[in-house]
Design a protein around this ligand. Structure first.
Ligand code: ADP
Ligand code: UDP
Length: 238
């Protein structure tokens, strides 16, 4: 499998064509951005943590019956994935109030939610990824009713699997963002990444933040925090 033309360079990853039309190679960078790209920096070894962690979690989810785009890890920062047509939605699941949920609804960060919540943002940088509801999604034709049903069912199931997995590592899964895509066969699969860039992780005992909020909020120690989550997940130090 060879990297051919770069199709896309995003904020955190580069995406390459390969010699197979149905497969892509994703390369994870150390670049970090926040607040719609207004804050920029790098987090040492983030690309390695995010690549390897995403792949471990996608394989765990596959075993539990969630289809994903994962095919094969080919280096510390590179993975072969199925090429999908991304549904332009950020699918956000929450267990504990934090971030924009706390702000929007005036709920103190750390308040446990009575049940997990699900919301969508329209992936559109020019519009600033606005929140969008099911009716908007159907009206705009971003997904069909059946597809949205599958996406929400998978999202809650993924939450159950990941929440209990991280709890065993003394980590609370506060909230996270998922992306789904459609394969050439029309199947909905989990795509993109699952990492400290896209999840809020809090240490159960100390409440310490082990995710991108360390970068967003200038708390320092972001590289160490990412590596700590990786260490608990794999037993390996980076
Ligand atoms: P952003 O686009 O937000 O800057 P990234 O730097 O993570 O984000 O770029 C990766 C891009 O690749 C994202 O736009 C994501 O939707 C897309 N992507 C992820 N998985 C796949 C896949 N399997 N097939 C096609 N595109 C994908
Ligand atoms: N998130 C993400 N990408 C985004 C927006 C959010 O990965 O573009 C993740 C974020 O890391 C958090 C969850 O989605 O785990 C909920 O984020 P929130 O809506 O609270 O937004 P934020 O506070 O990051 O602005």
């Amino acid at each position: 499998m060879r990297k051919l033309k770069m199709l896309y360079e995003g904020k955190a990853k580069k995406v390459f064509e390969t010699d197979s039309p149905d497969l892509l190679i994703v390369e994870y960078k150390d670049d970090a951005t926040a607040f719609d790209g207004k804050k920029k920096g790098t987090i040492a070894n983030k690309g390695v943590v995010n690549n390897r962690m995403t792949n471990i979690l996608m394989q765990l989810l596959e075993k539990e019956g969630i289809p994903t785009h994962y095919v094969k890890e080919i280096s510390d920062r590179e993975t072969v994935v199925k090429k999908v047509s991304i549904i332009p939605l950020e699918v956000i699941v929450r267990n504990i109030a934090a971030g924009s949920f706390s702000k929007r609804f005036g709920v103190e960060e750390g308040t446990p939610l009575k049940q997990p919540s699900l919301e969508y943002s329209y992936k559109n940088d020019t519009l600033g990824d606005p929140m969008i509801n099911d009716y908007h999604i159907l009206a705009l034709g971003l997904a069909t009713k059946d597809e949205l049903g599958t996406v929400s069912e998978y999202a809650f199931k993924i939450n159950d699997i990941l929440k209990s997995h991280f709890l065993k590592l003394n980590i609370q899964l506060v909230d996270f963002k998922l992306e789904f895509g459609k394969t050439t066969d029309g199947d909905i699969v989990l795509a993109d990444e699952i990492s400290p860039d896209t999840c809020r992780f809090w240490d159960v005992s100390t409440g310490e933040k082990l995710d991108k909020d360390r970068f967003r909020r200038d708390l320092g120690g972001e590289s160490e925090a990412y590596r700590e989550v990786f260490r608990r997940l794999t037993g390996q130090s980076l």
